[in-house]
Design a protein around this ligand. Structure first.
Ligand code: SF4
Length: 328
């Protein structure tokens, strides 16, 4: 781990300017991803800018729906009564994501910024286009059991590792960002994470020094009837092999609105509008769910060790839809 300086920021402008202007400066909140990566020398920062005292807090229902401050902790949001009742997929994704100790430390904004668990990325003995652009991607023909089957490129097939963002993408969440000039902008979360294409080192639309302030999730019938189903190698805290976040509004057996997103299969949280189109207006039956699941995986491009994810993702989606339809 390299030496770095530490700045405790008291104002958003101070923090954003420090990171924008600092050579190799980075924000730190919970630090549960960042410190790991610094210990591995995957990330080497000259300065850490602590943002924990900024006023990006609160979990509340507003005219825009649920608003979560970016510095709220995963545990507080996952156990919040409003989130549990009105946005159950968000609560489930948070509670399944990590151990209680990690959830107590990790912030919502930091959670959205999680970096891939690709073993080559985390081991500096290997080349990796994401860590060192142009050096190559050993995962393409190497150990790729956990890698993405959707959204990959010849430069990178790393899976986006998070759970929360999958539930939020399904429910049309929007992130509020602020830059060093104090200017704010809103970005649909589905557009926040980038596909790797030829620049896998660029993972989000954040500009240098830009901070996540809050996340909003619209109130909707399908949000109240939502669920997050996570399939993993072991029952205790592990990353998703496949996960599905779904929201359904079913009236008299017909689907009025549907939301579908996958984790564990995409290079970013993977919203499936193909599945949603087939679900909308159709009867809430297993046959409908199977047709939607097939459509969701039509573009899948598995590699040698992750072919099993295609069928697993389809079965996960069918089960999640069946579970949530039974509660409708
Ligand atoms: Fe690096 Fe991406 Fe290849 Fe993994 S999949 S080795 S992160 S370039």
């Amino acid at each position: 781990m390299n030496n770095f300086t530490y700045l405790q920021a008291t104002q958003a402008k101070e923090a954003t300017a420090a990171v924008r202007d600092g050579q190799g400066a980075a924000f730190i909140a919970g630090g549960t991803t960042l410190i790991d990566l610094m210990k591995l020398n995957v990330e080497t920062h000259s300065q850490l800018v602590d943002i924990n005292t900024l006023a990006f807090k609160g979990i509340e229902q507003t005219a825009d729906g649920l608003r979560i401050g970016a510095l709220e902790r995963m545990s507080d949001v996952g156990e919040n009564a409003l989130v549990l009742e009105q946005y159950p997929a968000v609560s489930q994704a948070l509670l399944l994501a990590a151990s209680p100790q990690l959830r107590n430390m990790a912030s919502i904004g930091g959670n959205l910024m999680q970096r891939t668990r690709c073993g080559y990325f985390r081991d500096t003995a290997f080349p990796c286009n994401k860590r060192q652009p142009g050096s190559g991607c050993p995962a393409l023909d190497g150990e790729n059991r956990g890698h993405a089957i959707l959204g990959g490129s010849q430069a990178c097939i790393a899976t986006y590792p998070g759970d929360l963002a999958v539930a939020l993408v399904a429910l049309d969440a929007v992130v509020l960002l602020e830059n060093a000039k104090g200017k704010q902008r809103r970005v649909p979360l589905v557009d926040f994470h980038l596909l790797p294409s030829t620049t896998p080192q660029r993972e989000t639309v954040l500009e240098p020094g830009e901070l996540i302030v809050a996340v909003t999730v619209p109130a909707a019938a399908h949000a109240r009837k939502s669920t997050y189903l996570k399939v993993r190698d072991r029952a205790s805290y592990a990353y998703a092999l496949v996960s599905a976040a779904v929201g359904l509004d079913v009236q008299a057996g017909q689907i009025r609105s549907a939301r579908v997103a996958f984790g564990g299969v995409g290079t970013k949280p993977w919203r499936s509008t193909a599945a949603e189109k087939l679900l909308m207006g159709a009867p809430a039956t297993e046959a409908t769910f199977r047709t939607a699941a097939a459509a969701a995986m039509r573009e899948a491009q598995p590699r040698e060790h992750n072919r099993f994810k295609v069928e697993l993702a389809q079965n996960t989606l069918v089960r999640a839809l069946t579970d949530v339809a039974a509660k409708a």
